[in-house]
Ligand binder design. Structure first.
Ligand SMILES: O=C(O)c1cc(=O)[nH]c(=O)n1[C@@H]1O[C@H](COP(=O)(O)O)[C@@H](O)[C@H]1O
Length: 270
């Protein structure tokens, strides 16, 4: 099954456009996990098991694992998701970007080492820096387009011959680069007008939309701007607002409640 087929099935099965982001910060873990060697895996596994029927995807952020020499726990976590929750795609958030020969190694890392179904990629180095990921024809390649942070405007909003840079990225992705049909784009929930602009350019392409929850993006505006005619097409990511909804041993049930409320709030506007 390709990434987009898996995503479409998960959208339908769980009636969800919610992506739970796995950004494990040990400083925010409940007390009973502190000091455990496998705390990062245990924390994320518990969140995954508590929310898997409410999501369309999970998105582990590699820096949170690599910063603490916990790549083995990331491997174990992704294996756990595939084994216990088959059909839920895993997007490895790595935002890679490099010349082709190095990108080949990043693609192997994402798809063969970590066994992710999709990876986030920075398209700033152009087509040949994206192609090595497309050599894995079933895998999703999610390109940064209009990011959720304020500084994203510094470059992405520059005029490049009658259109903005982020619009050019969307156009190139949709019209020229999407040889496998597995490309998606990142568009921040903090910029609903640009979500609508990107949707108009790319048709049905899946959009990964971070920025609700902790970054304050508006769910209603996001969904209305980004949904396809069929009311799908989105992976709306929330990380901290779900992971740290509870602070004590009840963190799994607090995360589940937060995920359910977020999924339902998204669905209310589809
Ligand atoms: O590619 C991403 O996932 C991403 C792109 C972007 O423009 N903004 C953004 O916040 N992200 C990621 O989405 C997550 C947002 O986390 P919360 O703000 O806690 O929901 C983090 O893992 C970010 O690295």
């Amino acid at each position: 099954m390709t990434f987009t087929e898996q995503l479409a099935a998960a959208w339908q099965k769980n009636d969800s456009q919610l992506c739970v982001g796995l950004d494990p910060d040990p400083a925010k873990f409940p007390a009973h996990l502190k000091g455990r060697d496998d705390a990062i895996f245990e924390f994320c596994k518990t969140i995954v098991d508590a929310t898997a029927d409410l999501v369309c995807s999970f998105k582990p952020q590699i820096a949170y694992f690599a910063a603490r020499r916990a790549e083995d726990q990331l491997e174990a976590l992704i294996a756990h998701i595939h084994e216990r929750h088959p059909g839920i795609p895993v997007i490895l958030d790595a935002k890679r970007g490099d010349i082709g020969s190095t990108a080949e190694q990043y693609a192997v890392e994402a798809f063969e080492r970590f066994k992710a179904d999709a990876v986030t990629v920075n398209p700033y180095m152009g087509r040949d820096s994206v192609e090595p990921y497309l050599a894995f024809p079933d895998k999703g390649v999610i390109l940064l387009c209009r990011t959720s942070n304020a500084g994203g405007s510094d470059l992405q909003f520059l005029d490049v011959g009658g259109e903005k840079l982020y619009e050019r990225v969307a156009r190139l992705a949709a019209e020229q680069w999407n040889t496998t049909g597995q490309i998606g784009l990142v568009v921040g929930a903090t910029f609903p007008a640009e979500i609508a602009r990107v949707r108009a350019i790319v048709g049905e392409m899946p959009l990964l939309v971070p920025g609700i929850g902790a970054q304050g993006g508006d769910i209603e505006a996001t969904v209305k701007a980004g949904r396809t005619a069929a009311g799908t097409g989105l992976m709306i990511n929330s990380s901290r607002a779900i992971l740290y909804a509870g602070k004590g041993e009840d963190y799994a049930s607090a995360a589940r409640l937060a995920a359910r409320e977020t999924r339902d709030a998204i669905n209310a506007h589809r």
